[in-house]
Structure formats: C-alpha cells, structure tokens
Design a protein around this ligand. Structure first.
Ligand code: GLN
Ligand code: ZN
Length: 720
C-alpha cells in the first residue's frame, strides 16, 4: 500500500484560536503561560488531524508569527530574549519588512542583512518551535532563506548559502534531531548556473547530518530536477499539480538514486477535490521507478482548516475540500476502495453554475472590445475640460477609517439584526461625514469611503453570481491577520448594480468629482479560490464584463472618474518569468475590457500597492488607464527610477504617505518624495495621494495627514 505524508497544515485553528491567543497576549489579556500552553494545545490538535489520515508529517511547524523569522532567529541573525522582543520583530516601529511569499497571498517577514556578513550561530530561540521534537523536525531550507532575504552583501551569495546550510545542520545536530523535513521551495525559481553550483556546495553540509533529510519543493516545477535528486538528501518532494507537467516530464528520466519521491498530487492551494482515481494511477506509474510517498502539492495553510460549518451553496460542498479534507484525500488514495474514490470524486470536472448569456458574451468578444478609443493624448484633453483639475490634484485611494462603530453596525446588519433601511441610513450618514471632511480639507477628487465594504474582494463576491463566500473559511494572510477567500465556482455576472447607490449618493452631496470604486478582475481572482474547469483567462473576462456593466451605470449616474484597483496584479504573476508574457497578456486584457467602452471624458484610474515596479512596467503601460496611484514611500524612490526607463505618458500619483504606519508625515517629508519624482515625471502628470486605502488608520491620523497633503499641493502650485 502506498505511504502518505502531509505538511503545512494551517496553524490558525478551527475557531481561529491562534489569532485569539496571540492578539490576546498583545492586549495583555492572555498571560505568557496561557499563550504557550494554548499554542501547544493547538499544535497538538493539528498533529492529531495529520495522524488521523496520513502516515507521517513534520514536527515543529508551529510559529508564533512567521517561520522565516523563526529561521532567522535559529541562525542567530536576530536576537530576541523575550516574547515581547520576538513580537517587536513582527510588528510596530522596528518590525521587519513584510512581503508576499512566492506568488501566494501569504506575507512573510523579510530577513535583512543590511549589506553585511553576519556571524551565524545555531541558536535556540525564545520561542522554541522544536521543543521536544526529535523526529522529522521542520526547517526552512538554506536556499529559500537566503533567496527571500534582502540586502545581502554583494558577491557573497555562495559563501552565505554555505554558512546558512552549515548553521542549520549545526542546529539540527545540536538538537539531536533524528530526521529533517526541509522546506526549500526556492528551488522552483529560475536559478542561474552559479546559484546551482552554490547549492551543490552548500547542500554538501547535509552529509554531516546522520539521519534522513527530506527536501520539499512546491508552487511550480524545478527546472533541474535531476540536479535536485543528486543532492545529499534522502527524499525529494515535488509539486505535480502546479508544475505545468514539467516535473512529471523530468521524472520520466531522472535517476532516483535511491531517493524517495514525495509526489505532491493533492492541491494545497486550491479547494477543488481531486480525481483520486487518476491520482492513484499516476502514483502507480511513478512507483515503477521510485519509492513513492503520496503527499500534498504546496503547504495546506493556503486553505481554510475544515469544511465543517462552512456555508456553501448546495452542490458546491461536495466539490470542494479544505485542509482537513485534503488529508482525507491522501488517506483515501492509500486506503479507499475504487468505489469510495469514485464517489468522492464524482463532481470533479463537471461545470456548475453555468450562465449561457455570459458564456456567449465572452465567446463573442472581438479585438475592439479590448481597445479604448480615442488615444490617451486626445481623451485627456476632454477629461480636463470636464474635470478642470488644478495642477497637482489631490485625492485618496478609496477607503476611510473603518471605525469600531462602522464594523459593529455592519456586523449587526449582516447578522440580520438591523434592517436594510436602517443600515442604508447609517452608511449614508458615514458617507456624508466623509464628503464633508474632504470638502473641509480641500481635496480635489473625492471618494465615498467604502464603509459598506468588509473587504475589497469579499464585497464584490457577495454581489456576483457564480462566486460563493464561505462564512468561516479563514486563511492567514500574515501574522494573525486572516481573510476569507471566496470561491469562484460558476459563471460570473452581476445580480444588478453593485456600488452605484453609495457612489451616486456621495456624488449628490458635492460638486467635486467622486471616484467610482471597483476591484479589478485579476485581484478578485488572486484573492479567491478560482474554478479550474475553464481557463482563468475566461473567468477574468467574465468578471471584467460585469465590471464593464457597472461602469456603464456609473456614467449614467453622472460619475466622471472610475478607479479599478488591481493591487494583486504582480502577486498573481507566475513564479517563472518565462511564463509572464502569457499571464500578463490576459491580465492586461481583462483590465482593458473593463474600460474599453467608456466615454472619452470618463477618467479611468487604477491603484496598485506594489513596490518593485520596474520589472512589470512594460505590462502596466499596456493597461491603458489615464491615471495610476502607487506606493512609493517604502520603496524609497526605486519606483521613480523605473519611470526613468520608459516613456510613461500617463498621470501618476506616487504615494507620499506610508499609510501602514500611524505616523503623520510632515509637509517637508512628503515634499521630498515629490521633488525627487518631479525630476522624472512632468508636473502636469503628477497627482498627490497616500500610498493606499485608509481603512486601517484612525481619523485622528487621517485628518492631520491629509491636511498636510493638501498643504503640500498648494505649496507646489504656488512654486510653479
Ligand atoms: N480602494 C481600496 C482601499 O482604499 C484599495 C485597497 C488596496 O489597494 N489594497 O481600501
Ligand atoms: Zn493599495
């Protein structure tokens, strides 16, 4: 019988115990002892889930915040003497920077070498994830640790990699581990020859380790799978779900070299049940050449913990599997009868929630549906005639503070304890206040504040056919922060206008233009679980068409500016750059489809919060928006360099206020960013705005910061 293995089971807990314990500790409501015993209990439950279904799993996967930080502490790169110091590295003024983990929506803490060669030393951190662990200890591998760290000293990659590997082995030996589970997904990046050489050198360190080391890769294929099998490890884990067939192809010729193959056949990133009969056949085929262990492809923490209590439309429930059900899939593969496999997988591949009109609409799309006319140079004049904006127009990104009251009232309404009418009145009141504040501050382009939205994707998911929300399907996006990705299961369409009521009301209160505010197709897809029975490209066009209808309704309601947010466009890009062209082709086209038929005088904005902009600039330009607002404060001007290199003829708002911090920037601080940018971007094209939406800030910070922002714009205008 085939052996089974699983890794990366969510740490959150069915009742989000993880969040409650840690946030409780921060708030002083949970003692250190309660925290540690609570986490231990939670981890025990995780391990019980594993043990109920699979033969083996890693130990010591639990963290109090993020495994990359834990690894940095194990290596002695940072020090934390107490839990308070540990959490200071995670949040607050001196915290490490956070960024997206590969092409997922999980954010990790980025170790910073500050350009220096550190003294590594195997250390047992204050939070000891390996307490009591001997067998199959979980560690992040050296390549991933180093590739995902920042500010490495130049030219030292090879030596550092060896030192990291050496220190990890020291740690494992000192702790007396019997075997190691090594998570090293960075092997799926496009590695250079030099990097491979450095890997071979560094991985040589593992020869010193007396027990088994099993090396796991995932999220994509490994370009040099043969090389991976030559490393001194006892087993290799590969992703056979997100590999575009490339891993499988290589496995046909790779020499097993006595190594176990951990065949990742169960998807850890998407919720669809697998065709278990086909998976079993695949495993049997692989078993002809390898000693095979069936496992998940990608860690399971990208999924909600369990389907128990999920509120899904009828018929959908038996098509999906969350983390716990994925474990069950592994056990079924090993032990299930043919009939059990068939009945588990009976819904696989069948379409669900088909909308004929939507299908036809997508099929009938023509090239001109992706082409806005006239060209920017012409339409910009018409827009200016209508909008009459001053030089350096000021605006915000969309949301205003989601105060405790806003959240409380919205929850009452969602629980059915507040009537639609009372809720609408409340939201209108909040919008009116926001408009009044913007009026008093003297901003040029207004927003309605997004008070009615829980989350920029979930809000639209609830208003669209073909997308289900899960009720309790929480997933960690970073630290203790959770979100509930919706499930795009069927053809997507609007039920009717989704946002017009609020935006039109806001516009009725002011003569200043109010921006219509939408979440773009790529972001809706990136932050959801998406169906796989049709190409993602088609899903994107379906969503785009729904947004197109919404924009047409905006125009009818007299809205002159529409912002289509695409903060996830970079994150959704494939890991390997050689696959970027194909992805950005449909990503860009879906954006263009949203706005291709607007009137020339309607101004289209987009917003992205992503700091390494240079690498995607050529694609961004093709989106053909009129104005883009992006983050600039945290990237310290790197973005501006990116603009130097291309002929960027659109308007741009470089964020001058880092809204991720409660700090209120002064006029001078904001001006510094603008002055640097004005060397590259013509002043006629320059907007003044914050980095991102303001929903996590408090009004006490927002009002003074925006006052400074408006003062800055005035000062700049006077200097011209
Ligand atoms: N319009 C959204 C807001 O202001 C944009 C959020 C985002 O970029 N993540 O909240
Ligand atoms: Zn943003």
């Amino acid at each position: 019988m085939i052996k089974t293995y699983a890794y990366g089971f969510p740490r959150l807990g069915k009742q989000r115990e993880f969040k409650r314990l840690i946030e409780g500790f921060w708030a002083g409501k949970v003692t250190e002892e309660e925290l540690l015993t609570g986490i231990e209990k939670l981890n025990k439950k995780r391990e019980e889930s594993y043990a109920a279904h699979v033969d083996n799993f890693p130990r010591g996967e639990m963290t109090l915040y993020d495994p990359m930080l834990d690894t940095a502490l194990i290596l002695g790169l940072y020090r934390a003497e107490s839990l308070e110091e540990y959490f200071q590295l995670c949040r607050g003024k001196n915290a490490l920077e956070m960024t997206k983990w590969f092409n997922t929506n999980y954010h990790y803490l980025v170790p910073d070498f500050e350009g220096k060669r550190p003294q590594f030393k195997a250390t047992v951190p204050v939070w000891d994830r390996h307490k009591g662990v001997k067998r199959n200890a979980h560690l992040i591998g050296p390549l991933t640790f180093l590739k995902l760290s920042k500010n490495l000293p130049e030219g030292a990659f090879g030596e550092l990699l060896k030192e990291v590997a050496k220190t990890l082995v020291d740690y494992a030996v000192e702790r007396g581990f019997e075997s190691i589970h090594l998570d090293d997904p960075a092997f799926v990046l496009e590695l250079s020859k030099e990097e491979w050489k450095a890997v071979e050198e560094a991985y040589g360190e593992f020869e010193r380790f007396p027990g088994d080391v099993n090396l796991f890769t995932y999220y994509d294929s490994v370009d040099n799978l043969a090389g991976l099998f030559e490393l001194p490890v006892s087993g290799v884990g590969v992703d056979l779900v997100h590999d575009r067939g490339e891993n499988l192809k290589q496995l046909k010729t790779v020499e097993p070299g006595g190594k176990k193959l951990f065949a990742g056949v169960i998807d850890g990133r998407n919720v669809w049940r697998a065709d278990l009969t086909a998976k079993r056949a695949l495993l049997a085929e692989l078993a002809e050449r390898f000693e095979v262990v069936a496992t998940n492809a990608a860690p399971l923490f990208h999924l909600p913990v369990s389907l128990a209590g999920a509120t899904l439309p009828e018929g959908l429930l038996e098509k999906v599997a969350f983390a716990e059900e994925k474990l069950k899939e592994l056990s079924l593969i090993a032990k299930g009868s043919d009939q059990e496999l068939n009945s588990w997988s009976k819904g696989v591949g069948s379409s669900f929630g088909e909308l004929k009109e939507v299908r036809e609409r997508v099929q009938n799309l023509k090239e001109e549906d992706f082409e806005r006319k006239p060209a920017y140079s012409e339409r910009v004049k018409k827009q200016q005639e209508v909008l009459k904006l001053p030089l350096f127009p000021t605006t915000t990104i969309g949301s205003f503070p989601q105060t405790e009251e806003v959240r409380r009232v919205r929850l009452l309404y969602r629980k059915g304890k507040l009537s639609q009418e009372d809720y609408d009145t409340f939201i209108r009141g909040e919008i009116a206040k926001a408009i009044q504040i913007q009026e008093e501050l003297g901003l040029d382009v207004f927003v309605h504040g997004e008070f009615e939205r829980t989350d920029m994707v979930e809000f639209f998911a609830e208003k669209m056919k073909g997308i289900a929300t899960t009720g309790n399907g929480w997933v960690i996006s970073y630290g203790t922060r959770c979100y509930r990705p919706p499930i795009i299961y069927g053809d997507v369409d609007r039920e009717g206008p989704m946002t017009i009521k609020e935006i039109a009301f806001a516009q009725s209160l002011t003569d200043k233009p109010v921006k219509g505010m939408l979440t773009g197709p790529v972001t809706i897809i990136a932050w959801s679980f998406v169906r796989e029975d049709i190409p993602t490209e088609e899903v994107a066009y379906q969503i785009a068409l729904a947004l197109k209808d919404e924009i047409a309704d905006y125009e009818k309601a007299g809205i002159k500016i529409v912002q289509i947010d695409e903060p996830a466009i970079r994150e959704k890009a494939p890991i390997k750059r050689r696959n970027w062209d194909d992805y950005f082709r449909w990503a860009v086209r879906s954006f263009r489809l949203c706005h291709s038929s607007v009137k020339p005088e309607t101004q289209i904005h987009t917003h992205m919060c992503y700091s390494e902009f240079g690498e995607i600039m050529e694609y961004i330009l093709q989106m053909d928006f009129d104005v883009i607002s992006i983050e600039a404060t945290r990237s310290k001007g790197d973005i501006i360099e990116a603009f130097e290199k291309v002929n960027f003829d659109r308007q741009i708002g470089l964020g001058v206020w880092d809204i991720h911090s409660p700090y209120v920037p002064t006029v001078e601080e904001m001006k510094e960013i603008v002055e640097r940018a004005l060397k590259v971007i013509p002043k006629e094209n320059f907007w003044i705005n914050p980095d991102c939406g303001l929903k996590t800030r408090r009004w006490e910070e927002v009002i003074p910061a925006l006052r400074n922002l408006v003062a800055l714009a005035k000062e700049l205008r006077e200097e011209q």
